[in-house]
Design a binder for this molecule. Sequence first.
Ligand SMILES: Nc1ncnc2c1ncn2[C@@H]1O[C@H](COP(=O)(O)OP(=O)(O)O)[C@@H](O)[C@H]1O
Ligand SMILES: [Mg+2]
Length: 255
Amino acid sequence: MSTTLSLRGVSKTFGAVAALTDVDLDVSPGEVVAVVGDNGAGKSTLVKVLSGVHRASAGTIAFGGEPVEIGTPAVAQALGIATVFQDLALCENLDVVANLFLGREVRRGRLDEVAMEVRSWELLRQLSARIPTVRIPIASLSGGQRQTVAIARSLLGDPRIVVLDEPTAALGVAQTAEVLNLIERLRERGLGVIMISHNMDDVRAVADRIAVLRLGRNNGVFPAATVSTEELVAAITGASDNAVSRRHDARSVVR
Ligand SMILES: Nc1ncnc2c1ncn2[C@@H]1O[C@H](COP(=O)(O)OP(=O)(O)O)[C@@H](O)[C@H]1O
Ligand SMILES: [Mg+2]
């Protein structure tokens, strides 16, 4: 299986602050890679580099085997990297269809409401999403349903990679399960998923591999099926030398 997205030695500095240093990351089709780390570890900066909000200061990014420069959000979109930011950027007062097509409305003279509604149902069905009606304002949806709408919107551009920033933060148990289910649908469709998260249970439930960032650097890539919460916490906090030796094992297995 060929790698869709490959980062090598990616760094990002803001003046004297090194937000990312020498970061490597690989994502293949049909793979969910979780990125975890403490506050300030560089997770959001990584999301912004991938989505074209920030340009990497150093290192290389390959997409589909070709070196690319993700200079702007439009370039990221055109390549096929879709990002769902933590704030979701939905319009509360508009309905589901309007939010899905915000900025890329289907026009045939006038707005083609029927075509957009049909496409909305298609997208939500592909995700096995539980939304009662697409003509309901976002304000009346639950947190999980909003996340669903934001993810469905990211699929409109037919991406190969979907980046999710903290998709389960602030969700209850049932809604979290719904969103994790959705991430599995993305994997089934052959998309590569990068999921930023604070929640160790969530990442262990849904990820294939878990990449730890610590102080802007890689601090291990672990197979989600076998890593323990203790090992992850040790890598995140830098508390244990054990995690370091384990990390080299894990890397040689997955590479
Ligand atoms: N625009 C910026 N200007 C200066 N420093 C920044 C900027 N964005 C992030 N940083 C710094 O980079 C580091 C990583 O931040 P961030 O990527 O937000 O971490 P995380 O999302 O893992 O909490 C932090 O030290 C943060 O203060
Ligand atoms: Mg952040």
